[in-house]
Design a protein. Structure first.
Lengths: 331, 331
């Protein structure tokens, strides 16, 4: 796989430099400069919202740093969690005396390093809470929802938590809304083609020219089935049915994200969205603020995911609150 | 090449339906519904701004319909110009009695059909002007600039013309600013991998696994050279040098677009932008409002282009004016 890069060892740092040059409101902090913060003044007493994860998923994670979203973000090498130091740097950068929410995907390395960083933060008097994104319904059964991985639906939790913090919510309130959004968000993806970690000898996984894998994770984690490719409408029907099987009682409104995993073009996303909108309408659900595009990718991986966030009035209001980051502007 | 689609014959219509479902401010008009208009009221006497072209380039063309940008857009099949009827529909939808600017890329089919549509519009008393995007410096020498194709830099002309029309400029003023932006905008691209028209037997062109083509057009038109892939910084240096060879005298500020042709990820675009920013700074140019992302694509084609718009105060003001469309929000 060809890439427009220089030395693979410089990939992450050059990417972060470019991101911060293009968005002067962002800057790199910490000894290895692997935490990204925004320069909009946070008022004293505001709860900080922090995330982190591996590189290779832009706009996730660093692209969501900005007012009304993340205050800081720790970033690792490609598909590797951020270091403990970077997590500490992000927490310290987001601390305004009211505590910091650490909101990130449910992956072992990220969990371990944020846990250690939170312990160090506690020694310095900074209180933290942790909420894990667990929206990928392909990664564990509903009864084991806490084992599920976090994927594209995490951005709904960013948005709601960021808005709650801006609105003056305390650490419990910000953690609580993030957990509520996670509890009401579900994602399922389908993979068509692989990606390659810069400098690696070959692709991250292989998949035949006429096959797709349903439910594959964003690092190539195994999915539910692998078969010949099928028409988009059939795939969307299966995806929506699986998502709606976990629809909470009494919900009539949903936020929808139709996300490109990388190389799948906008045209195909709109074809998927068309069918998803038809099926959600048939299920009596009103779509609010649909997002269609590359929001959480795996570099040049082919495929798409559909996320639903089952709304209540509180979540819907927070998703509509003003926010501004390099990849998502609301209001 | 795998695609998340249904019957290839339905590709364009399903994509347009999805676009309009996701963005209720847009709707399809005309007998074959191949013109897209926005629903924000245009005041009587406002000059209309219209574009058009083939499908497969989203966000171009239909994704730039919205207040402060395009009022209407005619859209054809994949990589095929819109029909005369669709061009007529777009012109009619954008007409508020003050004439309509037809602003589109310099391709034979598009030119011919917009010309016919403009003649029909004239019979109905609608005055039009035509301005052609000719920013692709790989497609003809400077002395034959009028033969150059239009590529990603066209969106700067959309933005300036749309702002001038919103500001109350008459048809001459709107056409004049569009032509000035075209005259001051240059683009060069590099292709890494091909795309496939839905339903076609194979890819649109072929390129070896370790090769790139410098200057290739967005439909696979031949470029300047094809060689082994090289480090990103070397490529950017060559691209920026070619662009700056056509820098007008006295210019100190530029708008920059680092554009993905489709599957090239954000990470690589930021690596390219980093080097481009360094080189432009070294050339004494200040970057204004950089755009980095997929703005003009060829479905899943791999590669990137760099566009520079050499600014003056008038253009810079118009680029900063408020605008809102599915893929570009300013102010």
């Amino acid at each position: 796989m060809k890439k427009l890069i220089n030395d693979p060892a410089d990939y992450v740092d050059e990417m972060l430099d470019g991101l911060c040059l293009a968005h002067p409101g962002l800057r790199r902090v910490g000894d290895d400069r692997r935490a990204i913060v925004h320069s909009v003044a946070m008022w004293p007493g505001k709860v900080g919202v922090v995330s982190g994860g591996g590189s290779g998923h832009l706009p996730l994670f660093t692209g969501y740093v900005g007012p009304g979203l993340l205050d800081a973000c720790a970033i690792g090498n490609v598909f590797e969690g951020p270091t403990i130091n970077s997590c500490q740097d992000a927490i310290a950068a987001a601390d305004r005396g009211a505590g910091v929410l650490c909101l990130f995907g449910n992956y072992g390395g990220d969990r371990m390093n944020f846990e250690m960083a939170s312990e160090f933060a506690a020694l310095e008097g900074v209180e933290t809470r942790t909420v894990l994104g667990t929206d990928d319904i392909a990664s564990a059964r509903p009864a084991e929802g806490h084992k599920r991985r976090g994927v594209a639906g995490l951005i709904f939790a960013y948005k709601a938590a960021g808005a709650m913090a801006e609105a003056g919510g305390d650490l419990d309130a910000v953690a609580s809304i993030a957990q509520k959004v996670v509890d009401r968000t579900r994602t399922i993806g389908v993979a068509l083609s692989s990606c390659q970690i810069p400098g690696a000898a070959g692709p991250n996984f292989t998949i035949a020219d006429d096959e797709i894998e349903f439910g594959m994770g964003i690092h190539g984690e195994p999915g539910i089935w692998r078969h010949k490719i099928r028409p988009a409408d059939e795939l969307v029907d299966e995806m929506i049915a699986m998502l709606l099987a976990e629809r909470p009682a009494g919900v009539s409104r949903v936020a929808v994200l139709v996300n490109s995993l990388g190389s799948t073009p906008f045209e195909e996303l709109f074809i998927l969205y068309r069918r998803a909108a038809q099926q959600l309408d048939a299920a009596g659900l009103t779509i609010v603020r649909p997002l269609i595009g590359p929001y959480v990718t795996s570099m040049e991986m082919g495929g798409a995911s559909i996320s639903l966030c089952f709304l209540d009035d509180e979540i819907e209001g927070l998703l509509a609150a003003p926010a501004d980051c390099p990849f998502w502007k609301v209001g």
